[in-house]
Design a binder for this molecule. Structure first.
Ligand SMILES: Cc1cc2nc3c(=O)[nH]c(=O)nc-3n(C[C@H](O)[C@H](O)[C@H](O)COP(=O)(O)O)c2cc1C
Ligand code: SF4
Length: 537
């Protein structure tokens, strides 16, 4: 699609901007080279009087590096751009002139993929300069916090309850109820801990948010602090996210300089301090109690519950532990009202979910939509089928502990309860796609192997069960075994899955049976004996 951005009015010189993303995915596709080239063109042609802005990604990863130029009609997108395209794009476009550059996609926000989304939490991602407090404020930032100052702690918790927000980290626990538990505790010292460990395969919503609009997370954490009476927050950040680390620290420092963090924030009697802590590099450190141990400087071992972290959390004090997206959804709720957020969604799944399309998918990226859309719509309308152009065979939803779903289940609506009814989970909203070359026995084996490697080792069903699980799957697919031996191994695998599901201390061991059982149930032929015992290895 070509778009002609000509208009009666010219772009005021002071507003001329070129946007190239600094998001990790965009950078991995070459956006830094594009940005360097933009700078050199602008330096060579000072008469253009334009500035380069490194923004977050719009989430259309197959179009990265995306270059956008603001015009009187809105931002015009070009992509995927190479450094050698930059000179032509800038000089043909010239901010208010008609152009037909072959990489021109038209107005970014008119692209159907983008326009049909409901971007509440990601409203500013890909639009603002991520660490610029003034830019944040000029796009509606800190309105929620300003409203929060006028409310009591109980009113704030009630507003979050009213919104119907449920935790986006995976367990979908109602955020308002968690906050109420912490508010009710009498202790003086309470904490807000943001779980930014984002370990699920195929997920990147937390990273994109922290790289594209870190101040919305900062604002959400301050509001959480006001709501429960906590004056200290920690962001436990996945150590593999250096770009998010850098941007979060800069955003925190800028927010502090602007009076939004520290003592007597915004001239009120409230204090809120915020620090980033790097994670220990283990999947289990994303589990909230293991995370708290790690944050206290110990090995990431899961704690038995009760006591809940809301009652005895960080350093034994009442603690809110929430996922990045849960906390980043709160400013919208406080600025637009809990009922406005609740208007989106279906059933008990209210609001929007940032859905991450990954794996073998033609149009991978992030789509924020109200709950209720079907997997089919996502995979075809947004994902545009497999990248390999082969038939799609299976999708795993909800990270490495999520079920593998066959085509007959892709009409399921994205809704926590609908997914539970088919033995699946939505988790953190990650969808990983596989084409018809996938070996589902190998995927089941991988699930057990993943658990074996990532188990914290505290309880037997998980620590030992996962090791035995790998062995039993190998026996099932071993072509040297007769049918009776194979059937015995299948029965044993089911028994083992029961033991892990019902006997594990946490969901690591408890949910590993989800991918294993679903692979066995929906793709039984892949478990038939193979000529080589090496098949799934
Ligand atoms: C093995 C395991 C790994 C987890 N990893 C993460 C993670 O990376 N990020 C996250 O937010 N929640 C993760 N969780 C869920 C957290 O334990 C917890 O439910 C969540 O941080 C609560 O926040 P929420 O209510 O906002 O979702 C994990 C849980 C388990 C069992
Ligand atoms: S289920 Fe696994 S990860 Fe969870 S406590 Fe037990 S051994 Fe640790």
């Amino acid at each position: 699609m070509n778009h002609s951005p000509s208009d009666d009015s010219s772009m005021p010189v002071a507003s001329r901007k070129i946007f190239v993303s600094l998001d990790t995915t965009a950078r991995s596709r070459g956006s830094d080279k594009v940005a360097t080239q933009v700078e050199s063109v602008l330096n060579a042609q000072p008469e253009l009087a334009a500035t380069l802005v490194r923004n977050g990604s719009r989430g259309m990863f197959w179009l990265e590096p995306l270059l956008e130029i603001n015009t009187p009609k809105g931002r015009v997108a070009y992509g995927p751009v190479k450094a050698e395209d930059v000179n032509d794009i800038i000089n043909l476009q010239c901010f208010d002139d008609a152009t037909e550059h072959p990489l021109c996609l038209g107005l970014t926000e008119e692209l159907p993929w983008f326009k049909s989304q409901q971007r509440l939490t990601f409203a500013r991602v890909g639009i603002i300069d991520p660490i610029d407090v003034d830019d944040y404020i000029s796009h509606g930032g800190f309105v929620g916090l300003t409203n929060a100052f006028a409310k009591t702690a109980q009113q704030l918790v009630d507003e979050v309850k009213e919104s119907g927000l449920r935790g986006r980290g995976g367990a979908a626990f109602p955020t308002g109820i968690k906050w109420q538990t912490v508010l009710n505790e009498p202790e003086q010292q309470k904490y807000i801990v943001c779980n930014a460990d984002e370990g699920d395969s195929g997920t990147f919503a937390d990273r994109m948010l922290m790289e594209g609009d870190p101040l919305v997370l900062v604002e959400g954490m301050i509001i959480a602090g006001l709501s429960v009476g906590a004056d200290q927050g920690y962001i436990y950040l996945r150590s593999e996210y250096p770009q998010a680390h850098d941007l979060l620290n800069k955003a925190i420092s800028n927010a502090k300089a602007a009076g939004y963090l520290g003592d007597n924030i915004c001239g009120t009697e409230h204090n809120f301090h915020l620090e980033v802590r790097l994670g220990a590099g283990a999947y289990i450190c994303g589990e909230e109690t293991s995370l708290l141990e790690s944050l206290e400087g110990k090995r990431g071992l899961v704690r038995a519950k009760p006591p809940l972290p809301a009652i005895e959390g960080l350093f034994g004090q009442p603690t809110v532990v929430n996922n990045v997206i849960s906390l980043a959804s709160v400013p919208y709720i406080l600025s637009h009202g809990g009922d406005s957020y609740r208007d989106f969604g279906m059933g008990r799944s209210r609001g929007t979910l940032p859905i991450q399309l990954a794996g073998n998918i033609a149009q991978g990226g992030l789509v924020e939509l109200a709950f209720g859309i079907s997997l089919n719509e996502l995979l075809q309308q947004y994902g545009n089928g497999c990248k390999s152009k082969r038939a799609m065979r299976s999708v795993q939803v909800g990270g490495p502990l999520g079920a593998y779903l066959p085509a007959e289940q892709w009409d399921t609506a994205l809704d926590y309860e609908e997914f539970a009814s088919i033995g699946a989970v939505l988790g953190h909203g990650g969808i990983v796609v596989f084409d018809d070359t996938v070996d589902m026995a190998a995927q089941a084996r991988f699930a057990m192997e993943f658990c074996e490697v990532e188990s914290c080792g505290k309880c037997t069903p998980c620590r030992i069960g996962a090791v035995r699980g790998v062995e039993v799957i190998d026996k099932i697919i071993d072509g040297n075994n007769d049918e009776q031996q194979r059937q015995d191994s299948v029965d044993l695998l089911h028994d083992l899955c029961d033991t892990m599901e019902f006997g594990s201390l946490c969901a690591m061991g408890g949910m590993t049976p989800f991918p294993v059982r679903s692979a066995l149930k929906y793709f039984p032929d892949d478990f038939l004996p193979q000529p080589s015992t090496q098949k799934a290895q």
